[in-house]
Design a protein around this ligand. Structure first.
Ligand SMILES: [Zn+2]
Length: 382
């Protein structure tokens, strides 16, 4: 994380984690995963009460409206055995109710699906009879597959542009661009009814085109003619870092054709990865010494070739060097065409050669969860 605290956390209801987050990252925002809340709610509530509780979880409303509806829900549906769980949930309401979490920085996520997805991917194909080495190999294989997918997606994003006239397609990633485009398309629904100057900010009242009913305000700050900051009542920019249709309506009104810097979060752009070195220290493919060596050379060569290509003489020197090198290689090691350039099978790698040290499996630990059921033995006749 480069020494930076995360801005937000999504966890299950674990109390020690909640305490640790509050202590170690006091400025980070913390919410509870809706998947766990849903599972617990199904255990404690049924029928109409469960439906009402779900509305309190997901519906965006004002905090006082939530309090009023919670009182009504509790008085009508309260049963003694549910009381403890409901009291605990009420105490934690700022961590799960949409009335409190809306507009906070969770990038549109409500559950810890990312880490659970990773868990389940690594758990699949695990077998309790596997040795420790098998487990590590399985883990490396999973990680290498995920990194390869990521590298492919990076390549696709950096080498292609969606077929559109909208200039934003050139700097947002493909996935985010689809969301941005959807917001741009919605501007036909809105009109600006009023513009007011208050202190430093200029406020634009946004209304529906059909009934002219005011929905909210977009507040903009300028440096001369330059738009420096923008804040919308819907809080989409604050919570997802994606400019909403209201902001685009104001941009259209101001005749700004290019999305200003204050509406572009670096994390959603194609340049987001520029902060990382282009040299990958981790393997994208299955591990082999030759591929490691090849990647090291390729990363050095990439930069050297760009430098050489700046001058014709240098380029010629590099071409001569490679031609000589290939000729020498052919004389000493036979034909170049016979050399494998793809990844070597894992059993050729040194890590699989027997070494002096013995690696033993760990002591057997009884896992948590369901005890494997014993099958009933069939009764023998007689
Ligand atoms: Zn908005």
């Amino acid at each position: 994380m480069g020494g930076k605290h995360p801005r937000s956390f999504i966890t299950d209801g674990d109390l020690s984690m909640a305490n640790a987050i509050a202590k170690v990252c006091p400025d980070a925002d913390h919410r509870l995963c809706t998947w766990y809340i849903e599972e617990n709610a199904k255990r404690h509530l049924h029928g109409d009460a469960l439906t009402k509780f779900r509305r309190l979880v997901y519906e965006v409303m004002k905090a006082d409206e939530f309090e009023r509806r919670w009182c009504a829900f509790k008085n009508r549906d309260n049963v003694p055995e549910k009381e403890l769980w409901l009291a605990m949930m009420y105490a934690l309401r700022e961590k799960w109710a949409a009335a409190y979490t809306d507009g906070r920085y969770f990038l549109g996520m409500r559950s810890n699906q990312r880490s659970e997805g990773l868990n389940s991917r690594i758990h699949s194909h695990l077998d309790r009879k596997m040795s420790l080495i098998d487990v590590i190999e399985h883990f490396m294989c999973c990680v290498s597959r995920m990194r390869r997918n990521e590298a492919e997606m990076d390549a696709r994003a950096s080498q292609s542009v969606p077929f559109t006239k909208i200039s934003a397609a050139r700097f947002f990633t493909h996935v985010i661009f689809r969301e941005v485009r959807a917001e741009i398309r919605k501007i036909c629904k809105w009109v600006i009814l009023e513009v007011r100057q208050l202190d430093e900010a200029r406020r634009y009242s946004i209304a529906s085109k059909y009934d002219h009913k005011v929905h909210g305000e977009v507040s903009c700050s300028f440096d001369g003619a330059l738009l420096m900051g923008v804040k919308c009542y819907c809080q989409m920019m604050d919570s997802k870092e994606i400019p909403c249709s209201h902001i685009f309506t104001v941009l259209k009104y101001l005749r700004i054709d290019i999305i200003p810097q204050c509406c572009v979060a670096v994390r959603w752009t194609l340049q987001a990865k520029a902060a990382f070195p282009s040299i990958r220290t981790a393997n994208v493919h299955e591990w082999s010494e030759q591929m490691d060596q090849y990647r090291l050379l390729r990363n050095i060569a990439n930069e050297a070739l760009v430098k050489a290509s700046l001058s014709f003489e240098r380029s010629q020197q590099v071409i001569d060097f490679f031609e000589n090198f290939m000729r020498e290689g052919a004389e000493n090691e036979g034909s170049v065409n016979e050399t494998t350039l793809g990844p070597l099978p894992a059993h050729f790698s040194a890590s699989n050669q027997p070494s002096g040290e013995r690696v033993l499996d760990p002591h057997k630990i009884v896992p948590k969860g369901r005890i494997p059921s014993k099958r009933l033995k069939p009764c023998r006749p007689g």
